[in-house]
Write a protein that binds this ligand. Structure first.
Ligand code: NAD
Ligand code: UDX
Length: 467
């Protein structure tokens, strides 16, 4: 059997590496139009950082796992074609800022229709609006070489930072489709390492919608606990204690109740906005408003964190150095898409702070690119004033200590494990006094920082007084 996966990104790369790893007899070809990305997959420095990924890629690459830009050739050869391209929020035209931009999906479908021969199983791996398979099928119906197709939906549930363990032992694999034979072919691939009872099969539309619904429910939990965190700060309740207490209810459960500076990542916001757009499209205004509130609450949480910092630092951060520990949207990834750090950094730069950033995996080039994007207005213009802020007020550091040196405030933005072992006394010695710590992830030992002399602001706990 031959598999082709179009899109060598955070999903295509790790997912196909796992299939190749578990299925010796299947040739897996991951193709992409981005030649730099393919070159990186074929090099010692992979374009995606995920614990355990490098080992699996190196063990299988050029054996039964291949990365190339030869899209047409591998479409032609494959029995199963996964489409794993990006489906970002549309930035233009109708649905701007909400709908999923499906142009990359359509391009793939058209390419497949153009070059395919024989029978192919087309698998939607990307996250898509419900009923996209209908469009894909219509495009595939116009094929010059008499090829035939079955279209399946097989959304991916991996989370970044734990992608390899999620792929190795998924809670479930979901496959939606119309042809029992095509479904069984794909089931037989996953069944090499996933127990059959964890492989769920549904109709196409349930599968497409389940992915959007799962992300909406997960993000909703975070917005719910973050909403409670604001009330905790007003009432001296402690959000970690509240999360623990409610999570003990087996109907609620303990996971995904960690209050934070706000959720980030390429999926949650994009997929909820997509859901909101779909609801509006079907005239379900109240349903759309309900889900939109999850995103609004997240925006509020990010803005609230930055506002609290400014307020605590005597209502001005102009000319003050702020150490930002972490920039990725969560630990164990180099991905910064929609990271809360981007928005907090923007708000601090707007207040003319100097922001000294340290992240163990994110490059300065990525940080600059993100900040340029976030400051760019709707007409695609970056004001000279904002460009200057990015060039002059952002400092890239290679350790937490370097970032903290002469800082007026230290903010934890990402929950990297290495921040938990920082020495509070050492940091206290480096920063300006009074010393302020803002823990946007509630991962540090707040008592230890209080004892070292810091004043500590923690999400859902407020400004702690050390008693
Ligand atoms: P990504 O941007 O990292 O990768 C997508 C790749 O597709 C890019 O390398 C791009 O060059 C390539 N591509 C685009 N159009 C192409 C074309 N016509 N031909 C060949 N290659 C093309 O995106 P990602 O994070 O891997 O996400 C892919 C999809 O999976 C999205 O729909 C996303 O919502 C979904 N998803 C992502 C995650 C995640 O954690 N990142 C998890 C589950 C689902
Ligand atoms: C998410 C879904 O979890 C995954 O199933 C889907 O396939 C893709 O989208 P991902 O965005 O990679 O995965 O990471 P996730 O662990 O869900 O974290 C998303 C964001 O929420 C991060 O910024 C994280 O820090 C934040 N988060 C998560 C919290 O703030 N609190 C929590 O309790 C959990």
């Amino acid at each position: 059997m031959k598999i082709c996966c179009i899109g060598a990104g955070y999903v295509g790369g790790p997912t196909m590496a796992m299939i190749a790893h578990k299925c010796d007899d299947i040739d897996v070809h991951v193709v992409d139009i981005n030649s730099d990305r393919i070159a990186a997959w074929n090099s010692g420095t992979l374009p995606v950082y995920e614990p355990g990924l490098q080992e699996i890629v190196e063990a299988n690459r050029d054996r039964n796992l291949f990365f190339s830009t030869e899209v047409d050739a591998h479409i032609r050869d494959a029995d199963i074609i996964f489409i794993s391209v990006n489906t970002p929020t549309k930035q233009y035209g109708v649905g701007k800022g909400k709908a999923a931009d499906l142009k990359f999906i359509e391009l793939c479908a058209r390419r497949i229709a153009e070059v395919a021969v024989g029978h192919k199983i087309i698998v939607e791996k990307s996250t898509l609006p419900v009923r996209t398979a209908e469009t894909v099928k219509r495009i595939l119906a116009n094929t010059p070489h008499g090829a035939t197709f079955d279209v399946l939906s097989n959304p991916e549930f991996l989370a970044e930072g734990t992608a390899m363990t999620d792929l190795e032992a998924p809670d479930r694999v979901l496959i939606g489709g119309e042809s029992a034979a095509a479904i069984e072919t794909l089931v037989s691939v996953y069944a090499r390492w996933v127990a059959r009872e964890r492989i769920l099969t549904t109709n196409l539309w349930s599968s497409e919608l389940s992915k959007l619904a799962a992300n909406a429910f997960l993000a909703q939990r975070i917005s719910s606990i973050n909403a409670i965190s604001a009330l905790c700060e007003a009432t001296q309740a402690d959000v970690d204690e509240v999360a623990h207490a409610i999570g003990k209810d087996s109907r609620i459960g303990p996971k995904f109740l960690k209050a934070s500076v706000g959720f980030g990542g390429s999926c949650f916001q994009k997929d909820i906005l997509n859901l909101v757009y779909l609801c509006e499209h079907y005239g379900l205004t109240e349903v759309a408003e309900y889900w939109n509130q999850v995103v609004k609450m997240n925006d509020y949480q990010k803005a609230r964190f930055a506002r609290n910092m400014v307020k605590t630092l005597f209502n001005t951060v102009s000319g003050k150095r702020i150490a930002m520990l972490g920039y990725a949207f969560k630990k164990d990834t180099n991905d910064t898409r929609e990271s809360a750090a981007i928005y907090v950094c923007r708000d601090l730069l707007t207040e003319q702070a100097n922001v000294a950033i340290y992240d163990p995996k994110v490059t300065p080039a990525q940080i600059k690119a993100d900040l340029k994007t976030v400051f760019t207005n709707g007409n695609g213009e970056l004001a000279a004033r904002d460009r200057k802020l990015i060039e002059e007020n952002v400092i890239f550091c290679s350790s937490a200590q370097e970032a903290a040196k002469d800082a007026h405030g230290v903010a934890v933005m990402t929950e990297w494990d290495e921040f938990k072992t920082l020495d509070p006394a050492e940091l206290y010695g480096l920063v300006y006094k009074p010393a302020f710590l803002f823990d946007g992830r509630n991962i540090l030992d707040h008592n230890a920082y209080l004892q070292a002399g810091f004043e500590v602001y923690a999400i859902g706990k407020g400004l702690l007084d050390g008693e």
